[in-house]
Design a protein around this ligand. Structure first.
Ligand SMILES: C[S@@+](CC[C@H](N)C(=O)[O-])C[C@H]1O[C@@H](n2cnc3c(N)ncnc32)[C@H](O)[C@@H]1O
Length: 288
């Protein structure tokens, strides 16, 4: 079921409670936190004005350097243009699902991070000329409460469900992504649904998504990281990094290009030398 009606989201900046005369005196740390927040709130208009001025300066510089480009298009016009590209009309039929069923396993702070990553995924998809078919499933309970802090997600051009992905998608087309899988993805197939576990767990639940996929008898696979790059750190990526890699591949880049552009330099990713890597043609743009 698509969640059609959700309670209006509260303002994202929750005011701090007024200290009451009956309440216990605040610790130094709490007082410092309040002062810091007040300062942050007081400086917000100034920050917004600076950001606006920066955007304007950037636009003017672009116009100066490239007078023939379409730089008469303002920021708000370009945002409006993006909204014209609807997911339903997209030629890309690759489905990507963020499975939000792990809300109960995360502390508030990590759940907040997870929702921010989900927001990032959505905004990346909206900026694609050929958006992927974007699903968010099991959005209920703590995950839904956290998402309600963000204005407008109820109006996203995405399939948002409170049910599990198995209830809304054909089982045989589901591929659960997991770094622990022994299977490796080579192509992203149209009309298949690649599920990313909506989990920020600092490796506390190592192997959980893989275990669940095996228990449910679903297909599962890892990204072909080892096949194309050498990387110093562990290969468990964040939700939005996995999402970005998938967008890059559906846009026609090779896996190697996608990994090199997305993986942060602190992960120490380097391309594999020729001969060491697996054959990989850039993916054709997915179409029906
Ligand atoms: C931060 S990871 C969560 C790790 C968690 N311990 C687990 O059991 O998957 C977020 C999600 O990104 C996807 N993911 C991360 N790295 C991946 C990789 N190398 N290959 C495939 N999927 C990956 C998986 O779907 C994973 O659930």
């Amino acid at each position: 079921m698509i969640i059609m009606e959700l309670a209006p989201s509260p303002d994202r900046v929750d005011p701090l409670p007024e200290p009451s005369s009956t309440a216990a005196p605040l610790s130094k740390r709490a007082q410092k936190k309040i002062l810091k927040r007040e300062k942050w709130l007081a400086e917000r208009p100034q920050r917004r004005a600076e950001e606006k001025a920066k955007r304007k300066a950037k636009l003017e510089a672009r116009k100066r350097d490239n007078p023939d480009s379409r730089d008469d298009v303002t920021y708000s016009q370009s945002r409006k243009k993006l909204k014209e590209i609807k997911m339903a009309d997209s030629s890309c039929r690759v489905g990507v699902v963020v499975d939000m069923s792990f809300g109960h396993l995360m502390h508030q702070r990590d759940l907040g991070k997870c929702c921010k990553q989900l927001l990032h995924c959505y905004s990346m998809n909206r900026r694609l000329a050929h958006p992927m078919q974007f699903y968010v499933t099991s959005l209920k309970g703590a995950s839904l409460d956290e998402m309600k802090r963000h204005h407008g997600f109820e109006n996203w051009d995405a399939h948002i469900h409170e049910e599990d992905y198995e209830a809304v998608l054909p089982r045989d087309k589901i591929v659960y992504l997991s770094s622990e899988s022994e299977n490796v993805i080579d192509n992203l197939s149209p009309d298949h649904y690649y599920v990313i576990g909506g989990l920020v767990d600092h490796n506390h639940h190592k192997g959980l998504c893989h275990r669940l996929a095996v228990e449910k008898g679903l297909k599962h696979a890892r990204l072909p990281i080892d096949e194309f790059i050498d990387i110093k750190t562990r290969k468990v990526l964040t939700v939005d990094h996995v999402f970005k890699i998938l967008t890059s591949v559906t846009e026609g880049h090779s896996w190697k290009e996608a990994f090199m552009s997305v993986l942060p330099s602190r992960k120490g990713a380097v391309e594999k030398a020729e001969g060491e890597e697996q054959e990989n043609e850039p993916q054709a743009k997915s179409s029906e």
